[in-house]
Design a protein around this ligand. Structure first.
Ligand SMILES: [Zn+2]
Length: 398
């Protein structure tokens, strides 16, 4: 509601989260007030707005990066190419008439430049394999006909409507765990292993991979029931039209507490990174006619073995600062892992395939020794795990 005028505007969304109607109480006298129905194109841009009788109120055409075309090519008021009161413009962004910018949730988009006017809020998430992601102000990898960037972040599968992005209690828990990992745990990992270390870089990329603003990343976070012993799962696909998706599912019943949840968010984030890297390599070649280059990328697709090795490495590194690197910390009975007593000292650990990939007693070892123990435990644990073992040599995406 606008306080000054008392105007109330009601937006109506369909089950898929698309805006289908907008009502206002006092734009015009009540007897003249109209409903506007929006017909969207493939990017969610309202192109033809109609009234209650199906009569066309306005038509809107756009240039690839979102500049509206007013009078070119015979477009005129006769054919309803006129300004109307509907706020949604290019890809459904709210068009701010005062500044000429579009409201893209995390930042404003300047359609006249084809650029965001703020940098990607998560600076570390450009992919080294995808040069188009290096510019942190660019829009949709400069592929505006195919891709869009509705929120500048991952989306959530339990969203009721487009404007309620990731607002359920579970969604908030997810983001809180991710933020705790980013704000608190990363600094501890950096201090312990060093900025250039694989441990820190993998941890950093894992928790930041979700928020890949400006890349139209298509990451969807949701909650569901998974196989016993599997706390989270990430799948991805990229079709020949360039439509890509990465779906993260978390089983809340198997994540017993906040440290479980944080480790799962980080672990799945490592898988998200692998999917984005792989998809980015393919997208970078989408206009290439070099079949050999494309075949080479597909032939070198990361395997489950590669991706799980890195993801459990991330789990292990975060566990060091989450479930117990400090034997004086209170015991956190967590992770589906075990808490037990050994020689009178509390020992905390997490395991895969029966192998402990982090134990609190490792804290007193030097980094080289920890790295060796971690690598050996993950390798033999994955091989013996009934869920991961059979998949190790298969690619993460078909
Ligand atoms: Zn995994």
């Amino acid at each position: 509601m606008v306080p000054g005028t008392g105007e109330t505007t009601i937006f109506v969304y369909d089950a898929g989260g698309k805006v289908i109607a907008e009502y206002s109480t006092n734009v015009v006298p009540v007897q003249d007030a109209k409903v506007a129905y929006l017909t969207n194109d493939n990017l969610g841009t309202p192109r033809i707005n109609t009234d209650a009788n199906g009569g066309v109120i306005a038509r809107h055409d756009y240039m690839p990066f979102g500049e509206e075309i007013d009078s070119l090519g015979g477009r005129s008021a006769t054919d309803n190419y006129v300004v109307d009161d509907v706020r949604q413009g290019f890809t459904g962004y709210f068009d701010d008439e005062e500044t000429g910018l579009d409201f893209a949730e995390a930042r404003m988009y300047a359609k006249t430049l084809g650029r965001f006017n703020g940098s990607d809020p998560i600076l570390s998430t450009g992919s080294a394999f995808n040069p188009k992601s290096w510019n942190r102000y660019s829009y949709s990898l400069n592929n505006p006909l195919l891709l869009k960037d509705p929120y500048g972040m991952y989306t959530c599968s339990d969203d009721v409507k487009g404007k309620d992005s990731c607002s359920s209690d579970n969604d908030k828990k997810f983001e809180a765990a991710r933020q705790l990992a980013i704000r608190d745990k990363l600094a501890q990992i950096e201090k312990r292993y060093g900025e250039g270390s694989t441990e820190y870089q993998d941890a950093l990329k894992a928790v930041n991979s979700y928020g890949d603003a400006g890349k139209a990343n298509g990451i969807v976070v949701g909650f569901g029931t998974l196989d016993r012993g599997v706390l989270g799962e990430t799948t991805g696909s990229l079709d020949k039209f360039g439509n890509k998706s990465v779906n993260v599912t978390i089983d809340l019943n198997q994540n017993k507490n906040s440290s479980d949840f944080l480790l799962t968010v980080a672990h799945e984030g490592s898988h998200v990174r692998d999917h984005l890297d792989y998809q980015g390599r393919l997208i970078a070649l989408q206009n290439s006619s070099d079949a050999n280059a494309i075949m080479a990328v597909v032939a070198n697709a990361p395997t489950h073995g590669f991706s799980e090795t890195r993801a459990f490495g991330v789990s292990s590194v975060f566990a060091e600062f989450t479930i117990g690197g400090n034997s004086n910390a209170p015991i956190d009975n967590s992770m589906g892992g075990v808490t037990f007593t050994l020689g009178g000292d509390p020992e905390k650990s997490i395991a895969v395939g029966g192998q402990e990939i982090w134990k609190s007693s490792w804290k007193n070892l030097d980094i080289k020794t920890i790295e060796g123990k971690r690598r050996d435990a993950i390798a033999s644990g994955l091989k013996n795990d009934k869920h991961y073992g059979p998949l190790l040599n298969t690619p993460i995406e078909k």
